[in-house]
Design a protein around this ligand. Structure first.
Ligand code: LLP
Length: 410
């Protein structure tokens, strides 16, 4: 199901023609579809219907826009956060503190205190010392911090190396072989209410097998922890499900994921937490841009657009593909390199690609930019951070302004 479709030869977001947004807001601009977000949020929930007790926490890092978070809060989602900034965004969006999970390998004392003061529902501990510091901070305040221990199950997620987190040598989680003894030590701390375990093995997973293997290893650990006398009430299964970026890319259906989770976790008797990011927001956004030049090149022309790696870092960082399409195709195709204006050879969105024929001034989009698009923007080359627009039916709102980070006068 797509919420970005052509009508009378012009690409629309829901009922809004994209040229109307470009005319009012300018380009480049990130455009989200509220219906697409609601659809994905509901589809994920429906897929997990076979699973018993569960909590859904949107991974804010994928799209921290406040309007997006408010919409997802209305869909019953909490938040998976990794910083004090994301905590603020989630709270401001109206997410209940109890529905907020704090992941992340480097939480500062200040961030832990802010989260304790807010009364969040779960800290995902990344190392033993963090558990001790958190317990002390909580005790000082007469609190017990609800927590789970993030375990590294040593499973290869089979995704891009830069977004794999579940192998032994990565910086995330504690080694599954050390987890039980560490759990024994942490469970006794007065300021900590240790309730279970968490894992997350990577992002953009195209295959359910590594997830299933990781979940099975966690299941074995849960049984071991119970045998050691611990009451385990929670398991956080993380995020990581992939989405198609190319039209023909096959991805595991959500229903198959739900069925796998139900099968593997049957009998665990815990509340499961899920931290989906990409699968909720990815397909709900496009980056709207304008062609500045079509510049002749040695092997094929460069289509130089006004969006760049500072607006969408994924192609430069991970060689990721974001399909390029004209907003009002003139007919015909061309082979071209697609590049941004940033002064880096790597500011490329694709090499020798067959794309809609475009010329100077044409509008175009990069598809599937709703997750890790605007979220990863920078102001490199003193380019402003691009604005964001949320479309809902036949209306649209600017939900983030074009912004150049301010400096102080000397
Ligand atoms: N939970 C934890 C602990 C995570 O580290 C992540 C993502 C998620 C949940 C959400 O994962 P998702 O469902 O979105 O796959 N910038 C990269 C992706 C980095 C993901 C980092 N962690 C990209 O653009 O592909």
């Amino acid at each position: 199901m797509t919420f970005f479709a052509y009508r009378d030869g012009v690409l629309h977001a829901e009922d809004v023609p994209l040229p109307a947004i470009a005319a009012e807001v300018g380009t480049p601009v990130h455009v989200y579809s509220a219906a697409a977000l609601r659809h994905a949020a509901q589809a994920f929930r429906t897929a997990l219907a076979p699973v018993g007790s569960k909590r859904l926490a949107f991974a804010v890092k994928a799209n921290p826009n406040s309007a997006v978070l408010r919409l997802l809060a209305d869909c019953g989602y909490g938040a998976d956060i990794v910083s004090g900034g994301e905590l603020r965004r989630a709270l401001d969006a109206g997410m209940a503190p109890a529905d907020i999970v704090f992941s992340g390998v480097g939480k500062t004392d200040r961030e832990m205190i802010a989260a304790l003061d807010a009364g969040i529902g779960q800290f995902n501990l990344e190392l033993e010392e963090e558990g001790r510091v958190l317990a002390a901070l909580a005790s000082d305040r007469g609190l017990r911090a609800p927590a789970v221990l993030r375990v590294n199950p040593d499973v290869d997620a089979g995704t891009h190396a830069k977004i794999s987190t579940g192998k032994r040598e990565s910086k995330f989680g504690v080694a599954i072989t050390d987890a039980a003894a560490m759990y024994d030590r942490l469970a006794g701390l007065k300021g900590l209410d240790l309730q279970g375990v968490a894992l997350h093995i990577g992002s953009q997973l195209r295959d359910l097998a590594p997830l299933e293997e990781a979940y099975r290893r966690i299941g074995t650990l849960v049984a071991e922890l119970r045998a050691r006398g611990h009451g385990i009430g929670r398991v956080d299964l993380g995020g990581g499900l992939g989405i198609p970026y190319a039209p023909d890319e096959a991805m595991p259906p959500l229903d198959a994921y739900g069925a796998m989770v139900a099968r593997v976790t049957a009998g665990w008797n815990v509340t499961l937490t899920f931290e989906p990011g990409r699968v909720i927001a990815g397909l709900a956004g496009v980056l709207l841009t304008q062609v500045i030049w079509v510049k002749p090149g040695a092997t094929c022309p460069f289509v130089i657009v006004d969006a760049a790696m500072n607006d969408l870092a994924r192609p430069a960082l991970y060689n990721a593909l974001h399909r390029f399409a004209a907003v009002a195709p003139r007919g015909g195709t061309m082979i071209a390199n697609i590049a941004g204006p940033v002064c880096e050879t790597g500011d490329l969105f694709g090499l020798a690609q067959s794309i809609d024929r475009v010329g100077r001034g044409d509008l175009a989009v990069f598809h599937t930019t709703g997750a890790y698009g605007a979220a990863m923007a920078s102001s490199y080359n003193c380019r402003p951070i691009s604005p964001q627009v949320l479309v809902d039916g036949d209306r649209f709102h600017i939900v983030a302004d074009r912004l150049l980070p301010a400096e102080r006068a000397a």
